[in-house]
Write a protein that binds this ligand. Sequence first.
Ligand code: PMV
Length: 330
Amino acid sequence: MPEILKAFSPCKIILFGEHAVVYGYPAIAMALDLGTEVILKESDKEGVNIISENYGISWNPNSYEKTPLIFKPFKRVLEIIAEKFPQKAHLLSCIEIKITTKAPPASGLGTSASTAVAFTAVLLNYLGIDFSQNLVNEIAYEAERVSHGNPSGIDNFIATYGGIIKFVRTKQGAHFERLDISENFPLLLVCTGVERRTKEAVEAVAKLRERAPDIVNRIFKMIGEISERAWTMFRENRIDLRVLGDLMNINHGLLSAIGVSSDVIEEVIYLLRENGAIGAKLTGAGIGGCVIGLFRNWEDVESAKRNIEKKFYCLTVKPQNQGVYVKTLM
Ligand code: PMV
């Protein structure tokens, strides 16, 4: 009987601290109950046939065609696994891997990281290699570097470990603290419909920082303090939604100050606030992508959603405490 494996890894939102995290300040990310599913099946076709359901295209690394852009991170994962485990490399053949992401791509929800994490996990599991989260995270980070240049690594951490994390990247490496979070976190996610491009946004912020280093560094410091204050509430399990909402609003103002908001993001922010959000901010790299709104309760989320979805795509999302997992289907 041919083996069939399924891996799942969550997408994420950044609650606090994007951009500042690139410069060593803390950020907080939360895993979502939507993410990427990767199904691995044994097949009679030579090589590793990778099918992207979302893009409707497939690719085989053994073929002579140039690697399409979206498959480059997978190629990197396959190379790393073959380098790290040369005795297993011959087993990377006659398999089909189908990837389906249930989140809008290029919207700042970490779809590339959740895909890289699920893809890595399913392969390691198939090859019978000890399935450690650390190893999955380490390999997926290399795939993220192919997609995004020099990412902080927060996306692959949250896609691997789930829950809610405080993440800090220093010159010595990445540190994180992880907590489970209650499902009762009344959030609405609104997509601007404008693709966000992490690399460009990060570069634009870097240029601004070159022009006004002292001011931009002070803004990053404040963003870091916001993350720390929010994390204390999560860690002590004393979440005051009102205060959390205030911190989101202030964090958004600081992100606008460093130039990563846009007219459409501001339109969504004010729509959320007019519809009862007690906190609203862009999430992820900005310029496009998604905006998150925090509400007092789920009734308020639903009523805001009914109004806002007349113009923008909205999603109600819940936290997901389980990180990446792999199941045997057959
Ligand atoms: O939009 P996303 O999910 O790619 O988030 C990027 C977050 C940044 O802090 C802007 C960059 C990074 O590498 O952390």
